[in-house]
Design a protein around this ligand. Structure first.
Ligand code: CP
Ligand code: NVA
Length: 323
């Protein structure tokens, strides 16, 4: 049997494949805007969505996205399915993949996703794990391209005015790791500024450094937001308290003093756009002024999740069944 292609982390994809997913998503978005509300790349198929954590954007965009591709989605909270009562991942994977055509999972440890996918007969999508949030990065990259910032292939319709110099400020979390994967695969400059003690995972950084050797990416790690922001054209951040870290809230707020993206920080950039995967906590990782400013693209970014997810699902259909 042929190995199934999943979408668990950008580390598993080549530059060409990432750009292909981005181009498919842009085409789907264009057609959608031009009136093709239903584009049947997932016609009569089913997406099972397992959520072990809360979600607004990921749930709504995958559910609506599956419908807009001619299929349907099924929401499964771990509070309601037997997985939440201790049924094994391997049994759950075999059962659900025998019925659904694709599975999206939002969970805690990334290795749970890996275990699930190794027992799944259908493609599995990572809808966020503690380590990675790859679907978000496809939407973020589309948003950058729409603003004229990016690295593209011949198939891309956008005119690129600036090479990305991306600055991520804040927690060394799943979003920081996902930016490391995107930059190191596509070959652009990424600066990551975290407080001391909240740096990115060293094994993930090492992997990014290896990819960067091939792609020409420049990866800089610092504890100075100012150093990271200088002349960047994309400035991004994420919540300081990821899902599952609620008990660390008070301590982290103390440790992250100086890491709030404010207008002074934005002004250090080179006419930078501001991105945030959302949900945002105004007054903590970003000021209200920045998120409401002209530079902020966060709501276009959120909307792009819908088209990015349709692109990812279409790519997986093509990769797995149409070759
Ligand atoms: N950005 C993101 O994944 O949002 P949700 O947690 O609302 O899905
Ligand atoms: N880092 C955040 C992202 C939320 C979309 C979390 O994992 O909760």
């Amino acid at each position: 049997m042929r190995a199934i292609r999943h979408f668990l982390s950008l580390k598993d994809f080549t530059k060409d494949e990432i750009l292909r997913i981005v181009n498919i998503s842009i085409k789907i978005k264009d057609n959608f805007i031009n009136g093709d509300k239903i584009q049947p790349y997932f016609k009569n198929k089913t997406l099972a969505m397992i959520f072990e954590k809360s979600s607004t954007r990921t749930r709504v965009s995958f559910e609506i996205g599956a419908y807009q591709l001619g299929g349907m989605a099924l929401f499964l909270s771990n509070k309601d399915i037997q997985l939440g009562r201790g049924e094994s991942i391997r049994d759950t994977a075999r059962v659900i993949s025998s019925m659904a055509d694709m599975i999206m999972i939002r969970t805690f440890e990334h290795n749970k996703l890996e275990e699930f996918s190794s027992f799944s007969s259908k493609p599995v999508i990572n809808g966020l794990s503690n380590e990675y949030h790859p679907t978000q990065l496809i939407a973020d990259y589309i948003t950058m391209l729409e603003c004229g910032i990016g690295i593209i292939d011949d198939a891309c319709k956008y005119q690129i005015l600036r090479k990305p110099v991306v600055c991520y400020i804040g927690d060394g979390n799943n979003m920081a790791h996902s930016w490391l994967m995107l930059a190191s695969k596509l070959g652009f400059e990424l600066r990551v500024a975290t407080p001391k003690g909240f740096e990115v995972d060293s094994a993930i950084l090492e992997l990014a450094m290896q990819f960067a050797k091939h792609s020409g990416a420049v990866i800089k790690i610092t504890n100075s937001p100012k150093e990271a922001t200088l002349n960047a054209n994309v400035i991004t951040t994420d919540t300081w308290i990821s899902m599952g870290q609620e008990s660390q809230k008070e301590e982290k707020i103390r440790q992250f003093n100086g890491f709030c993206v404010d207008t002074d920080m934005m002004n250090l950039g080179d006419n930078a756009i501001f991105l945030h995967c959302l949900p945002a906590y105004r007054g903590y990782e970003v000021t209200d002024e920045v998120i409401e400013s002209h530079s902020s693209k966060v709501f276009i970014e959120a909307e792009n999740r819908l088209h990015a997810h349709k692109g990812i699902m279409t790519f997986l259909e093509e990769e797995n069944w149409k070759k």
